[in-house]
Ligand binder design. Structure first.
Ligand code: ARG
Length: 293
């Protein structure tokens, strides 16, 4: 029996935009109406959870912690594959405060048998979790973003821990500061991505590994709507409200869309993918072993 995809999310009770570590973050806008925006974030987070469940996933909600508002973006907490958890190390002090919180979350998950191993990065490496390291299930390797938050030497660290191929993609702009803001593998070998977010060398890697017919380009408007920051479960895609142009493209390719109004989180530079962390991803070797059992 295959079990359902399992995602972590965080209760958004203490979410807010209180500092500025990426160009999307607008503390002034938040300060204008904190109560209204907090209510809106509670409903947006609930709607996202429901959409993931509708798409066939299971969500485990982490308790809120005061003083770490970006804890609502667990995609940045770790890279997880085959039950191995590689803990993130953040660039910014505001988010470094999340590291001990997530460490105990994963230790508790390990104690319960939900994951097997919790691993630390080497000391000189910055790596912001699945936000900058995306498992491509169809191709069987990791795509890893670097150059904005994660450092180039994170690629080697990921490869060593998981013993899987890692294709590095250097990010060219601070607006698309994590790989998940501009790159999303979709079932059926497709990849949705925003070309201007990448350096020429990164685009060359994309062109080497993805056939032209499998590349779906997201326009500036589509990327700015955080549509690329999507959760894909089989033919289903859970994402922030998409511009009609992208909706048409994806429906035309046979995907089913679950769109959620995530405006309060876009105000912090996050969308559907970064508000979640998938815990049950398996490598090809592990999947084959399970199938043979
Ligand atoms: N405010 C957060 C930050 O700048 C947003 C993180 C969104 N996460 C992501 N994986 N894109 O770190």
């Amino acid at each position: 029996m295959t079990s359902k995809p399992l995602f972590l999310m965080t209760d958004p009770r203490h979410y807010g935009v209180f500092y500025e570590i990426n160009p999307w973050m607008e503390p002034q806008t938040w300060a204008h109406d904190p109560a209204g925006l907090r209510t809106a974030s509670a409903s947006a987070s609930r709607a996202l959870r429901l959409a993931i469940e509708m798409a066939g996933g299971v969500v485990e909600l982490l308790p809120p912690v005061e003083g770490v508002p970006d804890l609502v973006f667990p995609a940045n907490a770790a890279v997880v594959l085959d039950g191995k958890v590689l803990l993130a190390r953040f660039r910014d002090s505001e988010r470094q405060r999340e590291e001990p919180v997530f460490r105990s979350v994963f230790q508790a998950l390990k104690a319960r048998g939900a994951v097997n191993e919790v691993i630390d990065l080497p000391p000189d490496v910055l790596q912001e979790g699945a936000g900058d390291c995306i498992w491509d299930a169809d191709r069987g390797f990791f795509w890893a973003g670097f150059g904005q938050r994660s450092t180039r030497n994170s690629l080697q660290a990921i490869e060593t821990v998981f013993n899987e191929k890692v294709v590095g993609l250097e990010l060219a702009t601070s607006r698309f500061y994590h790989l998940d803001t501009c790159f999303c593998p979709l079932s059926g070998n497709k990849v949705l991505y925003h070309p201007p977010a990448f350096t020429p060398a990164a685009l060359a890697q994309i062109h080497t590994h993805i056939a032209p017919a499998d590349r779906i380009e997201a326009s500036v408007a589509e990327a700015r709507a955080f549509s690329v920051n999507a959760v894909n479960i089989g033919r289903q895609i859970v994402m922030a409200k998409a511009p009609p142009s992208l909706r048409r493209k994806l429906l035309g390719l046979g995907y089913q869309l679950h769109e959620v109004d995530l405006a309060p989180f876009i105000l912090s530079g996050g969308g559907a993918y970064c508000m979640t962390l998938r815990l049950d991803r398996k490598s090809r070797a592990e999947a084959a072993m399970r199938a043979a059992e």
